[in-house]
Ligand binder design. Structure first.
Ligand SMILES: Cc1cc2nc3c(=O)[nH]c(=O)nc-3n(C[C@H](O)[C@H](O)[C@H](O)COP(=O)(O)OP(=O)(O)OC[C@H]3O[C@@H](n4cnc5c(N)ncnc54)[C@H](O)[C@@H]3O)c2cc1C
Length: 360
């Protein structure tokens, strides 16, 4: 057997898994269809929010605590704070507060006036409440993928870029992976193909939906949107639409729609997003300077798909990150390495069970 583990997909998840595996002395082959740190998948666009107060579910918090340790080890996390805003009973506000209270995460609750006093660019409607998490912030997905690939290579991983995987199969004692350039045998396989999971895992029990998303970079009043005065933020509007955004790091104030019941999130042109944000950020210019496309791979319950393949013991799957997976890439890379090397992990991954019964 030439390799211990083949990792297919070297984006956010695969690069972290390849680094974790190689650093444990595994003979790793990583394969990706594009050049390193590309903009065709889900791990590009300057910034990703990192936070611990987690309205998506309190089961994420232990993973997030470990992810923070690993981000600090990588030296890539900027803690400029996070504001999670909405009506008191909104999912974003109430859910963030519930996890912060349950896990004793440091936080403050601010009313609209106090938000504006501390962070002048924010002008929330009067009945808005915000949870401020000082420890929240952002990472650059490009920097993170680059750093993980470098770590993997430094620890001896063989990384083949621009070599798409055409097929894989389980063998008697491992796996076989085929590309146009060769056939590779390994003891285990990690499949982290992002939005292409639908091609490599056609029979996955958890249905995946790929959605286009657009992120916009707006002009903003100089100073107020600098990261010293402007935290990352997520706002649940009264109509249920959830935009989010980042400070101006030099190329504009980034903002986008995460979810909307009004129309598919992909169908929000920049001008409409500008209009949507006007009540919260009055100093933002109405039209974006530029727009970047990206994709979400969504599961029906918006929890990830991560663990052992339903039918193949030596195959691990990592996909369906539903627009909120980047912050967890270091810890999920570690968990994938645990599963590939030791067969089990101390991390509780039950929420992400690839065999959980879900309908599209
Ligand atoms: C606009 C946007 C905003 C987001 N905001 C946040 C946020 O603020 N916080 C957060 O935590 N998360 C956020 N996310 C989610 C997060 O970025 C994703 O969950 C994460 O990047 C997914 O990583 P991945 O490795 O699954 O996919 P990718 O990074 O896309 O990697 C998949 C890789 O697989 C390769 N590949 C696919 N098929 C093959 C094949 N057959 N052979 C070889 N290689 C293959 C691809 O080339 C690619 O490199 C956001 C996502 C988007 C799109």
């Amino acid at each position: 057997m030439t390799y211990d583990v083949v990792v297919v997909g070297l984006g956010g998840m695969g690069s972290a898994a390849a680094a974790a595996l190689a650093r444990r002395g595994q003979r790793v082959l990583g394969l990706d269809r594009y050049r390193p740190v590309h903009d065709q998948g889900a791990s590009h666009g300057e910034t990703r929010i990192v936070r611990k107060a987690y309205f998506e579910g309190s089961a994420y918090v232990p993973l997030l605590l470990r992810a923070y340790e690993l981000w600090d080890e990588l030296g890539l996390l900027t803690r400029n704070g996070g504001l999670f805003l909405g009506a008191p009973d909104s999912r974003v506000l109430a859910g963030s507060l519930a996890t912060a209270q349950e896990w004793d995460l440091p936080h403050e609750l601010l009313d609209a006036a106090e938000v504006h006093r501390r962070f002048p660019a924010f002008t929330p409607p009067g009945d808005t409440v915000a949870l401020l998490e000082r420890d929240a912030g952002w990472v650059s997905p490009e920097a993170a993928v680059g750093a993980q690939l470098e770590r993997a290579a430094r620890a001896g991983a063989e990384l083949h870029h621009q070599e798409p995987v055409d097929a894989w199969e389980a063998t008697a004692d491992g796996v076989r992976v085929t590309t146009a350039r060769g056939t590779y045998e390994a003891g285990a396989l990690v499949l982290a193909p992002g939005r292409w999971a639908v091609d490599l895992l056609p029979e996955a029990p958890v249905p995946l939906r790929v959605e286009e998303r657009r992120v916009h970079f707006f002009p903003g009043t100089a100073g107020d949107f600098a990261q010293e005065r402007f935290p990352v933020w997520i706002w649940e509007r009264p109509d249920g639409t959830v935009p989010y955004g980042f400070p101006d790091l030099g190329s504009g104030v980034k903002a986008a729609v995460h979810h909307s019941r009004l129309r598919p999130a992909a169908e929000w042109p920049g001008e409409d997003v500008g209009e949507l944000l006007a009540p919260l950020l009055r100093g933002l210019g109405p039209r974006p300077l530029r727009t970047v496309d990206c994709t979400y791979t969504l599961t029906p319950d918006e929890h990830f798909v991560l663990g052992r393949h339903a039918a193949h013991e030596r195959v691990l799957v990592a996909c369906g990150f539903s627009g909120h997976g980047f912050k967890l890439t270091p810890v999920l890379g570690e968990a994938l390495a645990d599963l590939a090397v030791a067969g089990s992990t101390p991390h509780d991954l039950s929420l992400f069970d690839p065999c959980r019964p879900l309908r599209a």
